[in-house]
Design a protein around this ligand. Structure first.
Ligand SMILES: *[C@@H]1O[C@H](CO)[C@@H](O)[C@H](O)[C@H]1NC(C)=O
Ligand SMILES: *[C@@H]1O[C@H](CO)[C@@H](O)[C@H](O)[C@H]1NC(C)=O
Ligand SMILES: *[C@@H]1O[C@H](CO)[C@@H](O)[C@H](O)[C@H]1NC(C)=O
Ligand SMILES: *[C@@H]1O[C@H](CO)[C@@H](O)[C@H](O)[C@H]1NC(C)=O
Ligand SMILES: *[C@@H]1O[C@H](CO)[C@@H](O)[C@H](O)[C@H]1NC(C)=O
Length: 833
């Protein structure tokens, strides 16, 4: 049994084209204006030179008489950038700088103010606004009367050839500035989307917002000065914001930090930010002492803030030991942060998560908390390595509400990188096992809800909560509703030792019903909204889909706010576990092809078996389960959607899926089609051939991503060089060639170039034929067979809405419910309700 127990990490192979990396070329800003305003000489600050106001690669569009440069009469001491504060430019009338922009995109605009008083001007009395041609940055700004320095940092997406930065004095007042910077930053520094914690929806349109940095903290570590940061940011310490310092401790790590290629880099935050953290200090060894670590910040009521949390697991000795939650104010930001999963199954890897929070009108507090996971049996822990809080300038009272789920779809690139921040990879993986028993077909017809299109859209919520008896039969589409007590009993009261899989959604337990039928019981976390949606999706989909190559749902339980799904038990576990990472016996090439063919049938049925195609969205080897005869069934429909013409009320643009399998085109265009499943399936095919993880960060860079690596060899015609050594010599060259061509087509860059699942199936059948072909003679046979297959595919496609599809001798044989009805009838009996 142990070899079926699936590690959490191994089930979620991490994303996409993201390779881990250690070293990067330094970022060189295309636009880099640094000005020491009012100064007659250049000023060097660390390794950067702030030019004198008089040297002009920019222009100052100002009548001469409103312009004065003044010098601080007092010497300024002990200020880091003190030399920038010796002079100031004073504007007694509206004035503006114009900066030619070499590269449009996001820029930092930093304004330095040191309000000193001299004979002519008391800068402490100034009052003014600063704006770009598109946005107001500071409105009626007044420096602090105690003459302290202030640096205001904004980031704005500049889509003009020039940035016009205007200083507009308030009435009877004047404006001033001590120094300023206009510097390009990488566009992926700010992604377009983030999770809105107020309503759990995706906030879109951040790319075009002006953000004001209000807090930037290096948790548990030293203050970082501009010289310590590739983008010259300042990171303060977090101690003063902690409201319960006694439950927090500093942690640090002296080794190297990894970045995730394409998602994090020193520009997101320097390594030193990730190498220190504030950790939740356990109060005692008992699990009951649960507390949050909370930081409290002043913020402006009614405004929205972008809150970026930086994480890096520097505390765990091994993967999958750290699970925790994050809150913003009292809203849950993330229910289950699992850094191992988010960082491609590696420790010491930098990631971040972005959230948007809208403050209510009455609140000037913004708090961020890290707290223990409430999953049973997980030690209270949690860390935060860095935190940035950025005010969305255009939000606030009277602002046009942006970022609702209906808003326009922003630039797609953001979403690519947004994945880490947004995707809570909900693909809950479970390992299902099933004991199959023979039963008569007739029985299955007595209760199975075969209606594919007739499946009502009855939602769980609309069901009355006191139905605890079977809802089977021709009118019930949601399968059997179990009472909680029955499942408690079946799983030995959710015995931790009976866990056969763990995922973001919750745990999967082995269960034995009273009649000895083995089942797999997936218990979701009742508090997760995401979980609830997936729970419904899965019940609704699986209740109306029945196919020999799709895993069967036996029933569910929604009593006491529980979200529990009960599946057939799949004796042999996941396809993945048979390929690598376990000591299960090797599968030969024919067995592997059969499994690929079976799963392709399941997917083909999903795509074509009902009026609207159903897109699985999380095709991977861990979601292909095997019964005791190694028959493949596709599982985990929590993320599935009908498409491509998505139901407009349920548009979700958050890209979901699993790293390493995700269709790059889906990232680029955020448009989901069946071809995304085809891509993921192509990755599975490669995995089957090469028997290695789709993302393996321990390998040399070019080998990390299996899809890239495999395609490199295939393009050279040398794919045979990297196949699983255990089967390499046994594959017939023709079979391999056919298989490799199929993989290549599935992995085409553009969906339109990829084959349909039906074509893939056909090609795999052909590859099997070629493998089984005895002699040159049989070539003719296989060609006949191909013609036959092809006409079956044709028929299949014509079947359209017929429920039980399948190819080649499919129809009724493909119904998997034979044993199900038996299970069912016994359930009803044994429960006796
Ligand atoms: C102000 O700057 C101008 C050059 O821009 C210079 O000619 C002038 O002498 C400066 N005035 C003061 C008071 O420093
Ligand atoms: C944590 O580190 C910071 C910065 O180095 C320091 O100011 C603070 O006192 C430390 N806190 C504890 C509890 O050691
Ligand atoms: C920041 O950089 C300065 C100058 O290079 C260096 O002395 C200092 O140790 C650095 N601080 C940290 C925390 O790395
Ligand atoms: C942590 O804070 C959240 C939000 O305020 C709260 O709901 C939760 O109960 C707290 N957890 C603990 C263990 O105090
Ligand atoms: C805001 O925070 C302060 C300081 O922690 C606290 O005293 C105050 O009650 C908080 N206000 C609200 C509305 O939560």
């Amino acid at each position: 049994m142990a070899n079926r127990k699936l590690g959490f990490g191994s089930l979620f192979s991490l994303i996409l084209i993201l390779n881990l990396r250690n070293s990067v070329a330094a970022f060189v800003p295309a636009d880099n204006y640094l000005i020491d305003c009012g100064s007659l000489t250049d000023t060097k600050v660390d390794d950067r030179v702030f030019e004198a106001d008089s040297s002009r690669s920019w222009s100052l569009n100002t009548p001469k008489d409103v312009l004065t440069n003044i010098t601080n009469p007092n010497s300024v001491s002990s200020l880091t950038s003190s030399s920038l504060y010796l002079n100031a430019r004073v504007f007694t009338g509206p004035s503006s700088y114009s900066f030619p922009i070499k590269q449009q995109g996001r820029h930092f605009i930093r304004l330095y103010f040191f309000p000193f008083d001299n004979q002519q001007f008391k800068l402490t009395t100034s009052q003014f606004s600063v704006s770009t041609q598109d946005n107001t940055l500071l409105s009626n700004f007044q420096p602090r009367p105690d003459s302290t320095t202030a640096v205001k940092e904004f980031s704005a997406n500049i889509n003009h050839d020039n940035l016009i930065l205007s200083f507009i004095p308030g009435s009877n007042s004047f404006a001033f500035v001590s120094a300023l910077e206009v510097v390009s930053v990488p566009n992926n520094l700010i992604l377009d989307t983030a999770q809105n914690v107020n309503n759990q929806q995706t906030y879109q349109g951040l790319s075009n917002q002006v953000l004001e940095t209000v807090y930037r903290l290096n948790m548990g570590g030293p203050k970082l000065l501009p010289v310590n940061d590739t983008l010259w940011r300042t990171w303060n310490t977090d101690g003063v914001y902690l409201i319960n310092a006694n439950v927090a401790k500093n942690v640090s790590y002296a080794g190297d930090i990894n970045y995730v290629d394409g998602a994090t880099s020193p520009e997101i935050a320097p390594k030193i930010v990730y190498s220190t953290a504030t950790e939740l200090a356990s109060q005692s060894s008992t699990l009951d002492a649960r507390v949050n670590v909370t930081w409290m910040f002043k913020a402006d009521s009614s405004f929205s803030y972008l809150v970026r949390m930086h994480f890096c697991d520097i505390v765990s000795k091994a993967l999958n030991n750290l699970y925790f939650r994050a809150y913003i104010n009292s809203w849950s930001a993330s229910n289950n942060i699992d850094l191992s999963t988010l960082s491609a199954n590696s420790l010491h890897t930098a990631i971040f998560m972005d959230f948007v929070v809208g403050l209510p009108a009455e609140s000037n507090n913004l708090s961020v908390s890290i707290g223990p996971s409430d999953s049973a049996g997980i030690a209270p822990d949690g860390i935060l390595n860095g935190l940035e809080i950025m005010k969305i300038s255009n939000s606030g009272p009277g602002a046009v509400v942006e970022g609702s789920s209906k808003s326009k779809i922003g630039p797609i690139l953001g979403a690519v990188f947004g994945v880490l921040a947004l995707v809570i990879i909900a693909a809950v993986v479970f390992c299902l096992f099933r004991r199959r028993k023979k039963a008569k077909k007739q029985q299955s017809k007595t209760w199975l809800p075969f209606s594919i299109n007739g499946g009502t859209s009855q939602s769980l919520a609309s069901r009355t909560s006191n139905i605890t008896t079977a809802t089977s039969g021709k009118n019930g589409n949601l399968g059997y509703r179990f009472s909680f007590v029955v499942l408690q009993e079946a799983t030995n009261n959710f015995d931790e030792n009976w866990v056969i899989g763990v995922g973001g959604f919750g745990k999967v337990y082995k269960g034995v019903l009273r009649d000895e039928t083995k089942v797999a019981v997936k218990r979701g976390n009742p508090k997760s909204q995401q979980g609830l949606n997936e729970f419904r999706t899965e019940i609704e989909l699986l209740s109306r889909l029945r196919h020999r190559h799709l895993v069967s749902l036996i029933g569910y339980c929604d009593e006491r706010n529980e979200m529990i799904l009960v599946y057939e038990y799949m004796e042999k576990g996941t396809l993945k576990s048979h390929l690598y990472g376990s000591d299960l016996p090797n599968l030969n090439w024919e067995q592997r092809l059969e499994i690929c063919i079976g799963s392709a049938r399941g997917l083909h049925y999903l795509h074509t078996g009902s009026a609207k195609a159903i897109i699985h969205r999380d095709v991977k080897s861990a979601n292909i389960l095997l019964d005791e005869n190694l028959m493949a069934k596709v599982a985990d429909f929590g993320l599935s959607k009908t498409g491509p013409e998505l139901d407009q009320t349920h548009v979700s643009t958050a890209v979901k899926g699993s790293f390493g399998y995700l269709d790059p085109e889906y990232f680029r265009r955020q448009q989901l089609t069946e071809k995304s499943d085809v891509y993921s399936f192509g990755v599975v095919l490669l995995e089957v051939l090469c028997a290695r993880p789709v993302i393996d960060p321990t390998l040399p860079r070019e080998m990390v991503n299996l899809a890239e690596w495999g395609m490199k060899w295939q393009k050279r015609g040398d794919l045979d060089q990297i196949i699983d050594a255990r089967i390499a010599g046994t594959i017939k060259p023709d079979s391999l060639r056919k298989f490799a061509e199929t993989v290549e087509k599935c992995l085409a860059d553009f969906g339109v170039e990829r084959p349909t699942m039906g074509d893939v199936l056909w090609n795999l059948e052909y590859a099997l034929q070629l493998q089984e072909a005895q002699s040159p003679d049989s070539e003719a046979n296989s060609i006949n067979r191909i013609v036959e297959l092809s006409s079956q595919v044709q028929n299949m496609n014509n079947l359209g809405t017929v429920a039980e599809g399948g190819i080649a001798n499919s129809s009724l044989n493909d119904l998997s419910d034979v044993s199900m009805s038996r299970v069912f009838s016994q359930l009803i009996k044994s429960e006796g309700r």
